[in-house]
Design a protein around this ligand. Structure first.
Ligand SMILES: *Cc1c(COP(=O)(O)O)cnc(C)c1O
Length: 348
């Protein structure tokens, strides 16, 4: 791997006590280019702009995918990346569906470790802080014709982030717009899934909500995801989350939580379709104990209100509830305070 170090670190300009999510980037980035059917050797070089042609393929046809993951400063002074192989695999799942070349998993692993290692000083040390890692890939050919790009760029940038305060999360059950449909690209982290969601989210904001709960494309009967997070409910002391499908993104946080819960057994777990009417009935009858989103940025984001057809239902967000207990277990595993029986942390 070719490595060109920056001659001037920007780290002194960063206020690590006031990090705004995803707005400051570490000194280096990793770049690899695909052309003539092969990836170039990845290169680590100073973070900086790309130059591109107005006919760059991705601007017109949207072959663009990304990942989101985190590196943590651990108790013993090591750096640990949480489940990077899972992100490498999911990137390639997205790549296949978007008809883009896969990026070799071994190069992904080697590259991400080398990049984080070079910018080790950028991994924040304070509790609940981390270095957010953003691998992404896009079509970079220069032509405007509706066929797949022939050239691609794979890049990883990194950004120090603090704890994620979502505030009071009020979600609206969305019955007009859809995030994904059967046979579509909902299970991929393609850029367009986000582009297509902003309008619906803004409409919900105008009604006083922070996010939408996406429902199925057909009848809006099934609960699918909460904004850009997987969703779970605690009803009658049972943790319920919708099963994965081609409409739902396979979150690594979701998978980690399911694994922990099944092993620890402190709550019953059900992975099954959940109807909107079931959630609403449970809320009315006081059996909806908790609801939350699961994803890398916030880990767990408790939902305090669910709005359905103009009626708001309050949900408790107890400090000693299931959501907070799950979050604590994951946080301890990631910091090295608790055992890591699954080998999830890749440490160096
Ligand atoms: C990224 C993402 C998630 C969460 O995935 P994690 O791997 O847990 O971060 C959930 N839903 C959607 C739509 C996403 O894009």
């Amino acid at each position: 791997m070719k490595i060109t170090k920056t001659s001037q670190s920007r780290i002194k300009d960063v206020d690590f006590n006031n990090l705004v999510f995803g707005t400051q980037f570490s000194d280096h980035m990793l770049v690899a280019e695909y052309s003539d059917g092969a990836w170039s050797e990845p290169e680590i070089k100073p973070y900086g702009p790309f130059s591109f042609t107005p006919a760059m393929h991705t601007l017109h046809y949207g072959q663009a995918i990304f990942e989101g993951q985190k590196a943590y400063y651990m108790e013993n002074g090591e750096i640990g990346i949480f489940r990077p192989e899972a992100n490498a695999k999911r990137l390639n799942h997205s790549a296949r569906r978007m008809f883009m070349p896969e990026f070799p998993e071994d190069l992904f692993m080697e590259g991400i470790k080398a990049l984080v290692d070079i910018d080790r000083e950028w991994v924040p040390k304070a509790p609940n802080h981390s270095l957010y890692l953003r691998p992404f890939m896009f079509g970079s050919s220069e032509f405007v014709a509706a066929r797949p790009s022939e050239k691609y760029i794979f890049c990883i940038i990194t950004s120090p982030v603090g704890p994620y305060y979502a505030g009071d999360v009020k979600v609206k059950i969305e019955e007009t717009y859809t995030r994904s449909a059967a046979g579509g690209v909902g299970s991929t982290k393609c850029a367009g899934n986000y582009g297509g969601a902003f309008y619906a989210t803004d409409q919900a904001r105008k009604e006083g909500y922070t996010q939408v709960i996406w429902t199925d494309h057909k009848n809006h009967e099934l609960v699918e995801e909460s904004g850009t997070m997987n969703v779970a409910f605690i009803i009658d002391d049972t943790f319920i989350t919708p099963p994965l499908s081609d409409r739902i993104l396979g979150g690594i946080t979701r998978d980690s939580i399911l694994t922990l819960l099944r092993d620890r057994g402190f709550v019953k777990v059900e992975e099954r379709p959940i109807k909107v009417e079931e959630v609403v009935a449970a809320a009315k009858e006081g059996r909806l104990q908790e609801a939350f989103g699961m994803g890398t940025a916030a880990v767990i984001s408790p939902i305090s209100t669910i709005g359905f057809r103009g009626t708001d239902f309050s949900i408790s967000t107890p400090e000693d509830g299931y959501a907070m207990r799950i979050k604590k277990e994951l946080t301890e595993l990631r910091s090295g305070l608790a055992e890591d029986p699954y080998g999830w942390m890749v440490k160096f």
